[in-house]
Each structure stands twice: as C-alpha cells, then as structure tokens.
Design a protein around this ligand. Structure first.
Ligand code: FAD
Ligand code: DHB
Length: 393
C-alpha cells in the first residue's frame, strides 16, 4: 500500500501525530508492535503541561480530560519533612498543569481513532524502515504470519526509546548524549485518597519520594530505590513505612494506606540523540530523547515534538513547503535541551546520590532553602515545570 505518512509506534507521540495529520486530511497509518490493551495498560506519566492539554483541545479530544483532569495551580516541595509551596499560577501569570494519567490519554486517543477512522495497525512485528535517504521510504512488517509493505513519503519514528527508528539513522550521523543515574523510582498505585490535594516532591536524607495521584480516590507514590531493587523485597507495609519516613510526620499523618495494585521500578536516565531527522525519517518523543521523571517532562516533551512535527508536515503536504520539515530537528532540539536541563537539575537537587556526602547534602538543603525564600528561584522552577514555550518555527 501507499501512504503519505507512516507513523511507527502508537504511544502518546505517535497517536497524537496520527490525529493531527488525519485532521488535515493527510493519509496516515500508525503501526504498533503491541496490542491496544498493552499500550493502554502501561502505567506511566501523570502530569500534563498546558500545551499538552491545549493540543488535546485543538484535536477535540479533551472532553473527558476537562471533566476528570485535576487542575493544579502549584506543587509542594518537602525537605526532610518540612514542606513549602510553589504557586505556579501566581508566578507565571496563571499557568497550571493537569493531573490526568497517560493511560487515560491513550484510551481517549484510541477511542477517537476508532470513531474517526484513523488507521491503526496493532501487532506489527519485525518492523523495518528502508530507503529513508530517498523520497520514497518503505516500512515493512509482519502481521499474523503475512508480510506487509507501506510505501510512503515520510516516516515518523515515534516508537520510544527501545524502538527501531533511531537505529535507522546512520551511526556516523547520529550523535548521542547520555547520563545514567544509577538509581530508580519504585512506583505504586493504590485506591486510597491522596495525602495532599497537590503533588509533594520530597528531598530526604534517606532518598527522594513523590506523592502524586490519578484522581481524588487513587494515589500514585514513588520512592527512590536501587535500579536492581527486587519488588519482592517491598511488601506494601515496607513501602508505606518508608514513604511516611521520607514525607515526615506532618504529611505522613495524612497518608491513607491500602493495598497497591501496581508496583514497578523505572531506572532514571537522560538521553538525547541528534539530529531528530535524517532524510525522510523524523524522530519524536522517547525515540529521540529520555528525561529522568523528576519534573514530569517525558510525555509532555513527546507532545511538544509532535506538535512541531505535525505543523511542519501539514505545511509540507498542504503547501509543498519544506521550510518546516527542514527546521524541525533544530526547533525541537532547542526545547528538548531545556527540558533535559530542567529534569537533570531537579533530579540532582532532590535525590540522594552515591557521592552525596555531608557537604553535598548541605548544598541541596541550602538550595532548597534559597528557593523557598526567593521569588526569582521559584519563578525559574515554576516556568519550567508548567512547560516552556514552543519557540519560533
Ligand atoms: P512510548 O510511550 O514509549 O511509545 C512508543 C510506542 O512504540 C510503544 O507503544 C511501543 O510499543 C511502540 N514500539 C516500539 N518499538 C516498536 C517497533 N519496532 N515497531 C512498532 N512499534 C514499536 N514520564 C513522566 O512524565 N512521568 C512518569 O512517571 C513516567 N514514568 C515512566 C515509566 C516508564 C517505565 C517509562 C518507560 C516511561 C515513563 N515516563 C514517565 C515517560 C513517558 O511515559 C514517556 O516519555 C512517553 O510515553 C513518551 O511517549 P512516546 O510516544 O514518545 O513513547
Ligand atoms: C508523576 C510522575 C512524575 O514523574 C512526576 O514528576 C509527577 C507525577 C505521576 O506519575 O503521577
């Protein structure tokens, strides 16, 4: 078959791009290795920047988000049990974020795709990308034992960190930058009311903790842990005890304990691959970059990439203009690097590292005290957290 665009990967990046292109009448297919239930079942991000919610709105996909999303106008930081607030709305002329799980976003994107006739292929195995340095690249895959080929004008690589798209860029062209932190986050979900109506990012001598939520009746909590931490070593009681220690007595008194129904470890990593375009292949989201989760940038960065890529591809197909697609990589990377910096900085400020000696801990505590007392420092945190502007095309 012949298509204008083949999108690889049906995560947030791929599905949002698919919807954007379809809305503009571009012939697009989204190819996904797993099935819908698998993609929808993955517990991942929880905080949407305003730009992410705005894109959902432009696509007419924000009905449930508006009804069920929790708008947060600030967040809390806790230092060895002592908590203070950062007021995003007041510091940034009204910006907020919305708590709405990535699983909910995916459900909305898949439901709408079916209703609108956005073409999706699940269970696409052994996918290969060919001829990206020609005007007619080709994507081949196997499905249910049969071989398929999609000839297209453009391939959008939205297949996440472990996908095949990034590897299709020749090694001599792709430059990678990486930081591995050597620890992870152990995350749980439990159907108990959250300890606070806002998120609490907690820096503690024993390690980082985060109190988050999915709704008024569902809590999401994280503890900094070793990358090779064994889940079996963390029965619920141990998790709740450690969480309460790190949050400190005042917040701990408001923690409702209950059985967890999700418990996984995610390693922390920073990664950027440059450029984000080679020939007719364009990378977006985790396929091109990873941020550590501190600051909730991962999914939002995938969304800002595809917002820019979608604009560029619409201009290309509708007007035959190549300025957008030629500028895409530089424009996206300019914002990516700022989000990388913020996530790296916030991770360093809040976590216990192997080399966090007493002096280093004093530096963290002093920086948090400075933030607490400085409107300038709070503004810096707030404007990064709610999401930086997209930048000129
Ligand atoms: P993905 O969501 O990874 O989607 C890529 C899709 O491509 C997947 O559906 C995959 O199955 C598919 N695919 C892969 N290879 C192929 C192939 N060869 N052929 C076809 N399809 C393929 N961010 C936060 O902000 N907060 C968090 O708490 C958080 N937790 C996370 C926990 C984990 C375990 C992980 C992995 C990520 C987490 N993130 C978090 C990051 C956030 O979820 C990602 O940044 C976001 O999902 C990126 O979206 P994406 O569409 O670029 O990639
Ligand atoms: C969540 C994850 C994050 O990485 C973060 O910074 C805030 C919230 C969450 O899963 O709720």
């Amino acid at each position: 078959t012949r298509r204008q665009v083949a999108v690889i990967g049906a995560g947030p990046a791929g599905m949002l791009l698919g919807h954007m292109l379809r809305q503009h009448g571009i012939d697009v297919v989204v190819l996904e290795r797993r099935d819908r239930a698998y993609v929808e079942g993955r517990v991942r991000a929880g905080v949407l920047e305003q730009g992410t919610a705005a894109l959902m709105a432009r696509l007419g996909l924000d009905g449930r988000l508006k009804r069920e999303g929790l708008v947060h106008s600030g967040t809390k930081l806790s230092v060895d049990g002592d908590t203070f607030r950062i007021d995003f709305a007041e510091l940034t002329a009204g910006a907020t974020v919305t708590v709405y799980g990535q699983q909910e976003v995916m459900k909305d994107l898949f439901d709408a795709a079916e209703a609108r006739g956005l073409d999706m292929v699940f269970d696409a195995e052994d996918l290969r990308i060919e001829d990206i340095d020609t005007d007619t690249p080709c994507v081949r895959y196997r499905r249910a034992g049969a071989d398929h080929a999609v000839e297209c004008d453009v391939v959008a690589g939205c297949d996440g960190f472990h996908g095949v798209s990034r590897a299709a860029i020749p090694a001599g062209v792709l430059k990678t930058y990486e930081r591995v932190y050597g620890f992870g986050w152990l995350g749980i979900l439990a159907d108990v009311p959250p300890a606070d109506h806002e998120l609490i990012y907690c820096s503690h001598e024993r390690g980082f903790a985060l109190a988050s939520m999915r709704s008024e009746t569902r809590s999401r909590y994280y503890l900094q842990c070793a990358v090779d931490e064994r889940i079996e070593d963390w029965p619920d009681e141990r998790f709740w005890d450690e969480l309460c220690l790190r949050l400190g007595p005042e917040v701990a008194a408001r923690v409702t304990r209950g059985p967890s129904f999700e418990k996984t470890v995610a390693p922390l990593r920073s990664f950027v691959g440059e450029p984000m375009r080679h020939g007719r292949l364009f990378l977006a989201g985790d396929a091109a970059h990873i941020v550590p989760p501190t600051g909730a940038k991962g999914m939002n960065l995938a969304v800002s990439d595809v917002t820019m890529l979608g604009e560029a591809l619409v201009a290309f197909f509708a007007e035959g203009s190549t300025a957008g697609i030629d500028g895409y990589s530089a424009r996206a990377l300019a914002r990516v690097w700022k989000a990388e910096r913020f996530s790296w900085w916030f991770t360093g400020l809040m976590h216990r590292f192997p080399d966090t000696d007493p002096f280093a801990r004093k530096m963290q505590v002093a920086e948090l005290a400075y933030i607490r007392g400085s409107r300038a420092a709070q503004t810096t945190l707030a404007e990064n957290y709610v999401g930086l502007p997209m930048g000129p095309a």
